[in-house]
Design a protein around this ligand. Structure first.
Ligand SMILES: NC(=O)C1=CN([C@@H]2O[C@H](COP(=O)(O)OP(=O)(O)OC[C@H]3O[C@@H](n4cnc5c(N)ncnc54)[C@H](OP(=O)(O)O)[C@@H]3O)[C@@H](O)[C@H]2O)C=CC1
Ligand SMILES: O=C(O)[C@@H]1CCC=N1
Length: 270
């Protein structure tokens, strides 16, 4: 399974790091990025070959992962067209639709959209996948093989669902880091030092997530088990409710979803 990345930034690095950790050979990976800085940063961490521009080298790979910003996607992929025959294209860009990618590649049919997330770096990513109707079973099987290496995958029935995946699990790690930062700051305000705060907050997140994952019960039930009537947790939850935190989270996720759609419409017009 030979994979070439177009774009060597944050998500490409996470996927490359994850693939290498899970035993994929560095000889089977390559990254193309015009930014010398991005290539240097990648090579400092991982011993894979890089190039600054697309070339016939693309013909030697089974899958191309498009990991550039949505606004440069058209410009980044148009030069690839002459070297495509049966290779699988996997775009991880937010918003950009399958039909636009295929059109920019002169009607190329072997295209899958994937929305991975940054924990792929440590093998516990979550990826949503959706394919062009013209993509065949072999394309879907290869996309699955690539992304399963770095975590869970789910297939979406229609393309609009991938924008929801983007808003939930694509952007989601940032929401969790935001919550972790808020808890760490709160801990320090209460007099714990930074080391204590970090240890307690990370263990609490990790412990609660493992418990939820290993339990048959909904997290709402698990939540009730922590709450004592008239106790400390109830005081915190009442304060969260008064601040409408639940609704605020829902509005934030919805803003991400709307933005994914806008990105698709705006940059797909090119
Ligand atoms: N970050 C994340 O957690 C996730 C990101 N994504 C998606 O992945 C894509 C990349 O995001 P991210 O990695 O964060 O972005 P980055 O900006 O970190 O990486 C993109 C890289 O692509 C380079 N680039 C620009 N033009 C080209 C080109 N023509 N050919 C090859 N490379 C090029 C950029 O160089 P330069 O900086 O010089 O422009 C940059 O190094 C986005 O579309 C995003 O929606 C999806 C899931 C999660
Ligand atoms: O913020 C973004 O647009 C990308 C998509 C999901 C995570 N990062």
């Amino acid at each position: 399974m030979k994979i070439i990345f177009i774009g060597a930034g944050n998500i490409a690095s996470a996927l490359i790091g994850g693939l290498l950790r899970q035993g994929i050979s560095s000889d089977d990976l390559h990254a193309i990025d015009p930014s010398a800085g991005a290539r240097k940063r990648l090579n400092k961490r991982y011993p894979i070959e890089t190039s600054k521009a697309a070339s016939s080298i693309v013909e030697n790979y089974d899958a191309l992962i498009l990991a550039v910003k949505p606004q440069v996607m058209k410009k980044a992929i148009e030069p690839l067209a002459p070297w495509l025959s049966t290779q699988l294209i996997i775009s991880v860009a937010a918003g950009i639709r399958l039909a636009d990618i295929s059109r920019w590649l002169n009607g190329y049919s072997h295209v899958v959209r994937a929305m991975p997330n940054i924990p792929a770096l440590v093998g516990v990513g979550a990826t949503g996948l959706v394919s062009l109707h013209s993509a065949d079973d072999a394309d879907q099987a290869l996309a699955e093989r690539v992304l399963r290496v770095v975590g869970e995958i789910i297939w979406c029935e229609d393309e609009s669902q991938i924008d929801a995946v983007t808003a939930i699990s694509g952007s989601g790690p940032a929401y969790v880091f935001y919550f972790i930062e808020a808890m760490r700051n709160a801990a320090c305000e209460l007099g714990l030092n930074d080391k204590q705060a970090r240890a307690l907050v990370l263990s609490t997140f990790s412990g609660a997530i493992q418990l939820a994952a290993q339990s048959d019960e909904f997290s709402g039930i698990l939540l009730e088990r922590v709450v004592s009537e008239g106790g400390t947790t109830a005081a915190a939850l009442q304060s969260f409710e008064a601040d409408n935190i639940n609704k605020a989270i829902s509005r934030g996720v919805s803003a991400a979803y709307t933005r994914a759609i806008q990105i698709g419409v705006t940059f797909g017009k090119q």
